[in-house]
Design a protein around this ligand. Sequence first.
Ligand SMILES: [Zn+2]
Length: 211
Amino acid sequence: MVLGPARAWSRVVVDGAGRLARDLADDLRVAGVGSVTGGVFALDAELRLTDHRPDLAVLVTGAPCRPGVAAPLLARGIPHLPVTVHELEVVVGPLVLPGRSACLRCLALVGGTGACGTAYGSPARPGVSDGDAVVAHPTTAVVDPALHAFARATATMTICAALSEECPPGVTLEVSVPWPRPVQRVWSPHPRCRCGAFDASRYPLGREWTA
Ligand SMILES: [Zn+2]
């Protein structure tokens, strides 16, 4: 799917608990996104509506998403954006365009890490099941206020850019305390991933690098 509808006609779901998810949904409404739904398990509810498919799903989590969390989105071709918040670090992205850019399983195969070095394929926190259900890791962490502001602003800009097809897929933006040095990473589709994004003629072996 190509993200192309005008922002005013777009449908975005912000799935997650906590202050950041709420603030992000509010900002998107103020920014003029046509339909914004949010809350814990908001995506599960949205996906049950067969005639209402979101243009973009935002997963606000307290730990890097396991690939299984996004499996229903990949299967339905729904673009998605993880936003991972930790007490000391936030990671926005990557925007995943199913079948066209690196997915979360691609990142796990590369051995990539998210917030505070936690691997993308690491076990979910106890009591949280992912499987093939959409269960974002809930976060109630107390985030540094400056990090919260960074995550809120960066995620809003990224989402609005994605809706106007101006957001590069497969890119993460990270910042941690105390020094606000944004790190941008670009992720290639991995040849052993079954998401279909790997194109041997275009990409080298799946790898990670810092731009
Ligand atoms: Zn993949």
